[in-house]
Write a protein that binds this ligand. Sequence first.
Ligand SMILES: Nc1ncnc2c1ncn2[C@@H]1O[C@H](COP(=O)(O)OP(=O)(O)OP(=O)(O)O)[C@@H](O)[C@H]1O
Ligand SMILES: [Mg+2]
Length: 268
Amino acid sequence: MARVISVSSGKGGVGKTSLVANLGCLLAAQGKRVLLIDGDWSLGKLGLTLGVRPNATIDRVLKGEITLADATVRVRDNLALIAAPSGRVGFEELDEPTRNALFYQLDQLSEQHDVIFLDHSSGIHSAVIQFAAASHQHVIVTTGEPTSYTDAYAIMKVLSKRFGVRRFGLIVTMSESHAETEKVIARFGEVAESHLGVRVSLLDIIPWEQKMSESIRFQQPFVERYPGHELTRRFRCVLAELLKLPINVSAGLQFFGNARFPLSVGQL
Ligand SMILES: Nc1ncnc2c1ncn2[C@@H]1O[C@H](COP(=O)(O)OP(=O)(O)OP(=O)(O)O)[C@@H](O)[C@H]1O
Ligand SMILES: [Mg+2]
């Protein structure tokens, strides 16, 4: 049964999709069976980041045309993707039957994978929150800027107060001064822990790196384009730390166990 890792942020453009693509490639190269799900159902970019454009995208699952399994495309050895379209609107909110049907289908897919990464859209939409709340591990991505970590706090607040999530992994990206970012983020972690009663584990502070946008231009994940680069080594460390985070057992809606409603695709 797969472990589901949710990657979210309050503010957009902080590097979630890049992280998911790179961590997914590294983990798959280590021999784990990995599934990446693009949770940005309006402006999906995970496929582009991996250099693929599948026709079977998750909006077609939500419309009941195909199943999640049909939308699962193999993109590397051990690495599968459920892509999202770019430029469709209207999937930000999920009603309960749709959510349950998706959870049920994910349940089925989990047998074939070791780790599932959910790359969410930014912000606090109900679909993001419902999927994030149900996940086994929670990664929050932020930059060291107040506008970004204030939004990160907001998403942690909703997940902890409404869904009882107690553990978060924090990844800070695009840092231009490690020492300064470290100070700011340490304070942020203390405030979140004392006000929300959660534990925040800082997984890493990733530096701003010009070659990241270059790898996006070439539609090739950074770790594949620059396997010997220092940042690739950092991504490996982030992955190791992430996998050590305790599994969230307190969330109200686990994917596997509570979502056993055998809904057909037509009921989506
Ligand atoms: N460490 C980094 N250094 C420099 N640029 C980066 C870094 N990480 C990501 N980027 C760049 O920032 C841009 C946004 O990254 P990405 O799409 O991964 O963010 P996101 O959080 O998924 O955005 P969205 O909220 O729109 O889904 C991309 O152009 C990417 O190349
Ligand atoms: Mg993204």
